[in-house]
Design a binder for this molecule. Structure first.
Ligand SMILES: C[S@@+](CC[C@H](N)C(=O)[O-])C[C@H]1O[C@@H](n2cnc3c(N)ncnc32)[C@H](O)[C@@H]1O
Length: 307
C-alpha cells in the first residue's frame, strides 16, 4: 500500500525533464531502450552463462542479456518508476501475444489499456497505479514517440516474434531491482558479476565536463568501487554508449580512439588492472543513415591478487 502511495505521489510531483536530463527517483520513464542492444549483446560469447548487473531503464538490457544466454540478471536504477516498466513488460512477454505487445508500444495510439487488461490482476499495486496514470497521460513516458531508431533492428525480442516467444520461455520469475544512484551502487548490492551494463549514465554525472574528466571521475567514483567488490576476474563492464560515433564531429575531435583515449589511460595508470576497449558496430538502425556507427566503451577487469 505504501508503495502505491509513493508511486502516486511521485507521478504527481515528477520533475520537468530539461535539456540536460537530470534523472531522479520519479522522472519520466524510458519505455524502450534507445541503444542498439542487439549490436553489442546478442551473439556476444561473454554473455553465455554470465551473471549480469545492468541498469534497469526499460528492462531491455536485461531481456537482451537473457536471450544472449545470461543465467541471472540483477538491475538498478535511480528512477524508481523504471521497475514498473520492466514489470509490465515481463508480464506481457509471459502472457500477451507478440502482436498485442507491439500494438501497445508502437501503434499510433500507444498505451491502450484494453491490451493490458488480461494481465492487470498479475501486476503489483504500485505497477497498477503507475500504468493507470501512464495510459491516461503518455507524457509520463520520455519521448512518448521514442526516437527515429528502428527498434525492430535494435532489440531482438521486438524485431522478431520468435525471440519474443523464446524470451517468454526463459523469463525468470523475478529480476531483482535496486533503486540506487550509480554513485552509491557498490554499497547497495551483494555478489559478484561477469558483465555489467551502465548504458550512458556516465555522461550525466558531470554533464558539462570534457569527456576525459567524465571518464576519470566515473572511473574513481563508480568503476573502481565496483571492481573492488563486485566483479569476477575477467568481468566486462560496458561503461558508455555513443551514438553515431563516426559521424558525430564532437566525438571524433574529443578523443582519438573513439571511446577510449589511450594516452590519458596510460598517463593516469588506469590500465594496471583494467583493460580498456571500445567496440564500434554498425547501428543500421536508422533507415536513412545505414552508414552510422555506434560505439560502446568497455573495461575488462583483472583481479589483483588477494582482493
Ligand atoms: C542514462 S538513461 C539513457 C537511456 C539508455 N540509453 C537506454 O537505452 O535505456 C538510462 C537509465 O539510466 C538511469 N540513470 C540515469 N542517471 C543515473 C544515475 N546517476 N544512477 C542510476 N541510474 C541512472 C535513468 O533513470 C535511465 O533509466
Amino acid at each position: 500500500m505504501l508503495e502505491a502511495i509513493k508511486t502516486f505521489y511521485g507521478l504527481k510531483r515528477r520533475p520537468h525533464q530539461g535539456d540536460i536530463h537530470q534523472f531522479a527517483w520519479n522522472s519520466q520513464v524510458y519505455a524502450m531502450s534507445n541503444e542498439n542492444l542487439r549490436g553489442y549483446i546478442a551473439d556476444n560469447p561473454d554473455m553465455r552463462g554470465a551473471r549480469v548487473l545492468s541498469v534497469c531503464a526499460a528492462g531491455d538490457h536485461a531481456f537482451e542479456s537473457l536471450l544472449a544466454g545470461a543465467t541471472r540478471v540483477d538491475t538498478f536504477d535511480i528512477n524508481y518508476m523504471q521497475k514498473y516498466v520492466m514489470e509490465l513488460k515481463m508480464q506481457m512477454i509471459r502472457h500477451v501475444p507478440y502482436d498485442h505487445f507491439m500494438d501497445f508500444f508502437f501503434a499510433s495510439k500507444k498505451f491502450d489499456r484494453q491490451i493490458i487488461r488480461p494481465i492487470w490482476s498479475k501486476l503489483s499495486l504500485g505497477a497498477r497505479v503507475f500504468w493507470r496514470e501512464l495510459c491516461r497521460d503518455p507524457s509520463i513516458c520520455m519521448w512518448a514517440h521514442y526516437n527515429n531508431y528502428d527498434k525492430s533492428k535494435c532489440l531482438s525480442y521486438v524485431g522478431d516474434a520468435g525471440a519474443y516467444n523464446r524470451l517468454r520461455d526463459i523469463m525468470p520469475d523475478k529480476i531483482n531491482f535496486v533503486q540506487s544512484d550509480v554513485l552509491n551502487l557498490a554499497g547497495q548490492i551483494d555478489g559478484k558479476y561477469d558483465v555489467v551494463f551502465l548504458s550512458n549514465i556516465m555522461n550525466y554525472i558531470l554533464p558539462q565536463a570534457a569527456y576525459i574528466t567524465q571518464l576519470m571521475d566515473f572511473y574513481e567514483r563508480v568503476l573502481t568501487p565496483l571492481a573492488d567488490h563486485h566483479l569476477n576476474d575477467g568481468a566486462l563492464v560496458y561503461f558508455n554508449y555513443i551514438w553515431g560515433s563516426n559521424t558525430n564531429i564532437r566525438w571524433r575531435e574529443q578523443f582519438r580512439d573513439l571511446m577510449v583515449d589511450r594516452d590519458m589511460i596510460d598517463s593516469y595508470n588506469l590500465s594496471s588492472h583494467h583493460e580498456f576497449l571500445s567496440q564500434e558496430f554498425k547501428s543500421g538502425i536508422r533507415n536513412d543513415l545505414e552508414l552510422k556507427r555506434d560505439t560502446v566503451a568497455m573495461m575488462r577487469h583483472r583481479a589483483r591478487p588477494g582482493r
